[in-house]
Design a protein around this ligand. Structure first.
Ligand SMILES: C[S@@+](CC[C@H](N)C(=O)[O-])C[C@H]1O[C@@H](n2cnc3c(N)ncnc32)[C@H](O)[C@@H]1O
Length: 294
């Protein structure tokens, strides 16, 4: 009987399987999968390449590779994604934090440079918690409220609040902005209004969701993606409630999709806020709309 395959051979087999599934960047991904399956760092894998890998590592690697071949995102397979330099646990209940969303954090730091402020922050649609929890790390005196319509997402956000050491300053609760009276209930329950409202709501037009890459369309939660017929349903609701939810002088900072910034700014303007120029992400796309409640 042939001996166990080497790490290098497993790596090659994995890369071949990923290529056949139409995945890019296969060597990088194959290394990550093998590293997880074998419990070794990438550096260890490189130096031990010709060595025989334990049978259990090969079996685990096959299982992980099968998931990736079904186009499950790497972040769900590994259970973690970095955002703003912090490790966030992720599961299929939450949107995987995107580098573009770091523009929300940058915008807030630009608008509110005093890090010692006792800010009261509201995050609508908290998901993994990447926005609110990163802000709580940046503003050590701040307190935050995060709501989400998904209880499974809230459980992930709570685990992240714990792991990042900000749990005592984060109040996370179930809430749905489609329900009448949601903003009044939120203010009553958590003692609003707030100094800062952040949100990265679902903003993909319903008809477009199915056409997205399978990692997104099949595996990420529809509730996190589908923004209604024109993608702007959540912004209409959030804009209409924003002068109630945010103190005079306070800020709303929302993320939007490519090309949506002018319409989002108009919605906040119509709601009586003063939108500022949109802020661009690293790809040069107008990603974040800030608006002040004057
Ligand atoms: C695009 S994801 C953003 C998650 C996270 N803030 C981030 O930036 O990665 C939108 C989030 O809004 C939540 N959501 C969608 N519709 C909602 C609603 N009607 N009320 C409350 N939360 C909602 C989803 O469950 C999801 O977690």
């Amino acid at each position: 009987m042939a001996g166990n395959a080497s790490y290098d051979a497993l790596l090659r087999d994995t890369a071949v399987a990923l290529t056949a599934a139409g995945i890019d960047n296969v060597r990088f991904e194959a290394r990550l999968l093998l590293s997880r399956a074998a419990g070794l760092t990438i550096e260890q894998l490189i130096s031990r390449g010709p060595d025989s890998a334990p049978g259990a590592a090969a079996t685990t690697l096959r299982e992980l590779t099968a998931r990736r071949v079904r186009r499950e995102p790497m972040a769900y397979i590994l259970g973690e994604r970095e955002f703003w330099g912090l490790p966030f646990k992720v599961s299929p209940a939450v949107l995987i934090p995107r580098p573009d969303s770091e523009t929300v954090i940058e915008t807030v730091l630009y608008l509110l440079p005093d890090r010692s402020g006792k800010l009261r922050i509201l995050d609508l649609g908290i998901g993994s918690g990447c926005l609110l929890l990163s802000l709580l790390r940046e503003y050590p005196q701040a307190g935050g409220v995060g709501i989400d319509a998904s209880d499974a997402a809230l459980a992930v956000a709570k685990a992240n609040a714990d792991a990042l050491g900000v749990e005592p300053r984060a109040r996370l609760a179930s809430g749905d902005w489609r329900q009448a009276g949601w903003a009044d209930r939120l203010i009553d329950r958590f003692g609003g209004p707030f100094d800062l409202l952040v949100s990265n709501p679902p903003y993909i037009a319903s008809a477009t969701v199915e056409g997205l890459m399978p990692e997104v369309a099949v595996h990420e939660p529809r509730l996190a993606l589908d923004g209604g017929s024109d993608g702007l349903a959540a912004y209409r609701i959030i804009a209409a409630a924003s002068s109630k939810l945010v103190v005079p002088g306070g800020w709303v900072v929302v993320e939007g999709g490519e090309g949506q910034a002018p319409e989002i700014a108009s919605l906040f303007s119509a709601a009586g806020l003063a939108p500022q120029p949109a802020r661009k992400d690293l790809g040069g796309i107008e990603r974040v709309v800030p608006a002040q409640h004057l």
